[in-house]
Design a binder for this molecule. Structure first.
Ligand code: GLY
Ligand code: MN
Ligand code: MN
Length: 464
């Protein structure tokens, strides 16, 4: 069963064909990936562009669209009796093609013939930048392009056409994201219920992952750590300690492949200290401010900078920063505390379409990426459009090594009160993240219910 109707996939491919206009489009599905021997594989993850146009979630498939003739193929080998014995029956390639309105099927050997026929006529063979080595080998065999040159040889026309389609989510896609958000809600409230002094990070993270796996899979390896200052801190066998904060950044990828991505930061003891509340509410204010200004036509980089100004204002009130707020943000001084971007696109990939090239997904001729530390990690800067789904994820982190480095270099000392910052080196970090849909005149949170986020609501949920 595909997620959407046959017509959805037919019309997506028709739009793609029209936008690319000429040549042969080849979209590779993913293969199984072994983790220690060939028959022992990672959880299968289909390529998201393949899911978007060809829906089917089996390994070993390739979709082909002839832009001129309109012919479409689903290419793949049918499984044999050995596969059936071990893995059970799966639909034939012909049945899978029929389900998505693709008229032609062929075994994998036919792919090289189709590609060679097109090349012999001087036609372009369009492919997306590969991110897996097996697909790189397949492309090298088909087109003779060495893997080191494939990123630049990938079709810009195809990349832009795919991004334009996938970036704006339709109502039926938003409905899937809402389902993923519901699982995200359960993942994070589970964490809130399980966090207790003496329980290990690994134990709580396992409970969070269990919720995701009951509905699909995790959308990325769960971040769960008392070391919130490590942006992607993986859970370890550390016993949770009273008085510490713990960060949980996790999401689900439901069966349709649509994802959620949320972060909450919680006090192990169930109650925030005043010092923790001060920083927490600073991050919360930045998170909330982004929601008031994100709308179609606004540049996401401006939303990012506005959130950074809120952080800077509050950090100044707390005595951690000083000087003129606008000048501090323009200089990048706030990046000592938030060395990452406000958020990224979301969808079938948790960092949606990142494999196609961040420069194309998040930037354009008008908005170019910043080279300044901190804002350089912003994965999207361009103007928002109705239907974009973004993560809103400001944070404040006290990273001892970064503090030491900046202080030693005397960086931004007119904006940073280093003596006070020193006293926060044991603080950890706070990030708060929700996913938002850009609507016709503003934005709204994805998810029927927001995961508890105020100090009071988090404490109440943890007490349940
Ligand atoms: N998974 C890390 C993030 O929130 O982007
Ligand atoms: Mn996240
Ligand atoms: Mn995120």
């Amino acid at each position: 069963m595909t997620t959407f109707s046959k017509q959805t996939y037919e019309s997506r491919r028709a739009v793609l064909r029209q936008r690319v206009g000429e040549g042969l489009i080849v979209i590779f599905g993913n293969n199984e990936v072994p983790y220690n021997y060939p028959a022992n594989t990672y959880n299968f993850c289909q390529d998201s562009s393949f899911v978007y146009y060809f829906a089917q979630k089996r390994d070993g498939l390739v979709g082909v669209i002839d832009c001129e003739s309109g012919d479409e193929w689903l290419i793949g080998n049918d499984i044999d009796i050995d596969d059936i014995v071990w893995m059970g029956e799966t639909p034939s390639v012909a049945d899978m093609a029929a389900e998505i309105g693709v008229a032609r099927t062929a075994p994998m050997a036919r792919l090289a013939e189709l590609v060679n026929e097109a090349r012999a006529k001087g036609r372009t063979v369009h492919f997306l930048p590969p991110y897996r080595h097996d697909i790189q080998i397949q492309i090298m065999d088909l087109l003779g392009i060495h893997p080191s040159k494939q990123k630049e040889a990938a079709s810009l026309k195809l990349i832009h056409a795919v991004i334009d389609q996938r970036a704006c989510k339709t109502a039926e896609e938003v409905a899937e994201l809402e389902k993923a958000a519901k699982v995200g809600y359960e993942m994070h409230t589970t964490a809130m219920h399980k966090i207790r002094e003496g329980v290990s990070e690994l134990e709580v993270a396992a409970e969070v992952n269990r919720v995701a796996c009951a509905h699909g899979y995790i959308s990325f390896p769960t971040i769960f750590s008392m070391h919130g200052e490590i942006l992607h801190g993986i859970p370890r066998d550390n016993k949770l300690e009273a008085g510490r904060l713990v960060i949980c950044d996790s999401g689900c990828e439901i069966g349709s492949h649509y994802t959620s991505d949320n972060t909450r930061t919680m006090p192990v003891s169930g109650k925030f200290t005043q010092r923790q509340k001060d920083i927490y509410n600073t991050v919360l204010a930045a998170h909330g401010h982004a929601l008031t200004i994100a709308r179609p036509g606004v540049k996401w980089i401006d939303v990012h900078l506005a959130a950074c100004r809120v952080l800077t204002e509050r950090l100044k009130e707390l005595g951690l920063m000083c000087g003129d707020v606008d000048e501090a943000v323009a200089a990048g001084a706030h990046a000592l505390f938030m060395p990452h971007g406000l958020g990224h696109m979301m969808g079938l990939d948790v960092h949606d379409m990142e494999a196609l090239g961040q420069i194309y997904v998040g930037y354009d001729d008008e908005v170019r990426p910043s080279t300044q530390f901190g804002t350089a990690f912003l994965r999207c800067g361009r103007r928002l459009q109705e239907g974009f789904v973004m993560s809103d994820e400001p944070g404040i982190y006290f990273i001892p090594q970064l503090i030491d480095e900046w202080r030693a270099k005397g960086l931004h000392k007119e904006f940073i009160n280093y003596d006070k910052v020193e006293t926060y080196k044991d603080f950890g970090g706070i990030r708060l993240e929700d996913d938002i849909l850009i609507t016709a005149d503003g934005c709204r949170l994805i998810g029927e219910r927001q995961i508890p986020i105020t100090v009071e609501d988090v404490e109440a949920e943890m007490a349940r």
